[in-house]
Design a protein around this ligand. Structure first.
Ligand code: GLY
Ligand code: MN
Ligand code: MN
Length: 445
């Protein structure tokens, strides 16, 4: 994305942030807030730190990397960014320069955290949002202003409506993931191991592992049935690849899954299952439109999966009846998607109202992260899957419904693990835009 596009897009993003923050503060009876970039996480009894990730409430305003910075937001004033830039010869010293996002801030540079808090000078009516409430209290933030629930809920709620700038960042993160996925697919078809496929991915996406939004899942054959498999084996040349891997751009994530087959068919029924899941996923994407309660996508995924498995002979009942009877439950034990943004599993998918509260998922779908009704400007994933997970199938083998399954076909398919197809969608006024598929030239056909 070119600098000019970023600058103009960011200008209006910042205006939106200021407007929404002022409204959230007023509604919460607060006068100002300090957003903290955060404190590095140090491993226990070690001098090493985990890769730093900024507080998403801070990252919602600025992509400035690194810990400790404070952003002071006070209605009627320019946002004041207190940048902590220590003199430290152990680390690269990076002058701020003139980044595209900085023009409308008042920026102060200090050498350490103590000086940053002195600059912020919080007082009565102020709130703090971050990981170090004790530090904020010591600096003068009142007790009831430390991560106050209503303000945080309102900020979370605002994060579910993406500005054009945020959509552009997520789309760019999707494009980078597309480069990685295409390289991964080629490596897989050429006989690469899981580890080599992962290396091909990060090389093409142009990042190090810590720059990924989540650890990549590069699962060949049966390991596709381990939902969060992160081992990366060096054995070459398996037949099925399930790869779930994203990328980041200016702090925003993409989250994409593809399932590929290599060489001779692992099994013609499994091949049909992969093709069927790809079509099913696109049918779900086509359903996305403002006004649709997101759980309807979950129910539709199970109905469609029932029809697919019935058509392939895996189960002996299709459609609504099969889904109602729970026959698809062991095959797709996760939610069909989640909000996406600064966090891969972005906030507020189950939030009831701007001021807070939760709409729980339907009882039969406890892992569904999104119970909101779809609205323009939301970005979320659609990621139906179908897996052969023995620990979930076991109760059905001897249960009342055992005759509803073709167990010998399931034995035949289980070595190939599973299928998941995942795209990132923006809900638009009349429907949706797939940010990780048709408009993206980097995506494999
Ligand atoms: N990669 C994590 C997820 O798909 O939710
Ligand atoms: Mn996902
Ligand atoms: Mn994913």
């Amino acid at each position: 994305m070119d600098e000019q596009t970023l600058r103009s897009g960011y200008g209006s993003h910042l205006l939106t942030r200021i407007e929404k923050a002022e409204a959230a503060l007023a509604a919460s009876g607060l006068e100002a807030m300090v957003l903290h970039a955060g404190t590095p996480l140090r491993y226990h009894a070690d001098d090493m730190e985990a890769p730093f990730r900024p507080n998403p409430h801070f990252a919602h305003w600025t992509p400035l990397p690194g810990p400790y910075h404070l952003l002071v937001v006070r209605p009627g004033r320019r946002p004041r960014l207190i940048r902590v830039a220590p003199e430290d010869y152990w680390y690269e010293q990076t002058p701020l320069g003139d980044p595209f996002w900085a023009a409308d801030y008042e920026i102060v540079e200090v050498a350490d955290e103590t000086a940053a808090w002195r600059e912020a000078a919080p007082g009565a009516g102020w709130a703090y949002v971050g990981d170090a409430p004790a530090r904020a209290a010591a600096a003068g933030v009142p007790e009831d202003g430390l991560n106050p629930a209503e303000l945080v809920a309102r900020l979370d709620w605002d994060r579910s409506y993406k500005t054009a700038y945020e959509v552009a960042c997520i789309e760019e993160a999707g494009r980078l993931a597309g480069l990685g996925h295409e390289a991964a697919r080629r490596a897989f078809l050429a006989g690469a191991s899981e580890l080599e496929i992962h290396h091909a991915y990060v090389r093409a996406a142009g990042c190090v592992d810590a720059g990924l939004p989540y650890e990549s899942i590069v699962a060949t054959d049966g390991k596709g049935a381990i939902l969060h498999y992160t081992g990366k084996r060096t054995a070459p040349a398996e037949r099925v690849l399930l790869i779930d891997s994203g990328a980041t751009f200016l702090g925003y994530a993409s989250d994409v899954t593809r399932t590929w087959l290599r060489g001779d068919d692992p099994d013609p029924v499994f091949r049909d299952l992969v093709a069927g899941m790809d079509a099913l996923e696109q049918e779900l994407c086509a359903m996305v439109a403002p006004g649709l309660p997101y759980p309807e996508l979950q129910f539709a995924a199970h109905r469609k999966l029932a029809d697919l498995l019935f058509g392939l002979g895996v189960i002996r009942l299709g459609g609504e009846a099969a889904a109602e009877a729970g026959l698809t439950a062991p095959f797709m034990p996760h939610g069909v998607g989640h909000f996406l943004g600064i966090q891969t599993h972005d906030v507020s998918g189950r939030q009831a109202a701007p001021e807070g509260g939760e709409v729980p998922p339907p009882a039969a779908h406890p892992f569904l992260r999104t119970t909101r009704t779809i609205e323009e400007g939301q970005v979320f994933t659609i990621e139906p899957g179908c897996y052969f997970i023995e620990m979930l199938l076991r109760p059905y083998r001897e249960g009342e419904q055992k005759d509803q399954f073709d167990w010998s076909l399931i034995e035949r398919l289980a070595p190939w693990g599973g299928v998941r197809i995942e795209d990132d969608l923006l809900a638009t006024a009349y429907g949706s835009r797939n940010l990780t598929r048709p408009t993206n030239p980097a995506w494999p056909g």
